[in-house]
Design a binder for this molecule. Sequence first.
Ligand code: NAP
Length: 283
Amino acid sequence: MITGTTQLLGVIGDPIRHSLSPVMHNAAIAHLGVDYVYVPFPVATQYLGPAIDGFAAIGLRGFNITIPHKQAILPYLHQVSAVAQAVGAVNTVWRTEAGWSGTNTDVEGFLAPLKSLDRDWSQAEVVVLGNGGAARAVVAGCAQLGCAKVSVVGRDRDKLAAFQASWELPNLITVAWPDLTECLPQAALVVNTTPIGMSPRVDMSPCSPEEMARLPATAIAYDLIYTPNPTQFLRQAAARGAMAIDGLEMLVQQGAAALSLWLGQPAPVEIMRRSLRQYLGWE
Ligand code: NAP
């Protein structure tokens, strides 16, 4: 029940109407019985500053940030975690006495399903498809895992060069899309960070059948997309015998990490996962 003492959490973005975060956070809040509510806030780019001031004025406890504000939020923060600085983007903010603090829980969310596997990442070569915002969280995650080599594949050579220059990682290389076939046979992990294959264009995959034919059966295919489930990319990988990981777990785990930061207690991960699966009609 929302009462006079209920504290506010939320998510800002533009658009925000498709965000799944209110579903899983409010399910978790109800399960824990804490006096909070999590609200979607549509905030257009030109209103970011006034919105942040307004959040301080009304005592909002914390919020998530999605497209297009993940980088634009940085100047409004008093303190930014090392991981968010490495990624260059913030997705979680909380209020302190000194001002707003921010971090990036996408890295933790991305890593959670991989850490649950018994793998030696120090020998692993990773192929990252795409070089946008999510790819940055993936690269930071692979650096934390200590992966032997990370190849970031993109279609725009200037963007690839800028991506490479923004990291100080000796084992990171960037690769033009036509050279993807050379990287795949050595890959232990291939991560799709492009939107190719996302609903409604569900028949598309970032990799051609010829490219996928080069993926080892021992590899893990990880698609950050969560609808449809599975994506065409994950179908192709499963047909090769590879392990498939979909994007829902990353979504759940980045949310759980944010909620536990705000509440100072562990988040009910299974409740959050089930609320999304039910909302999406998967169970
Ligand atoms: P973004 O910053 O726009 O990056 C998208 C990347 O995909 C860019 O490098 C872009 O290349 C590339 N790309 C787009 N269309 C392409 C095409 N037809 N061929 C080749 N490359 C293409 O987006 P983002 O924020 O990183 O998000 C990417 C995906 O990850 C989305 O589907 C998003 O839903 C998903 N995601 C999931 C989670 C999760 O929790 N599961 C979290 C974050 C993101 P150019 O730069 O050359 O345009």
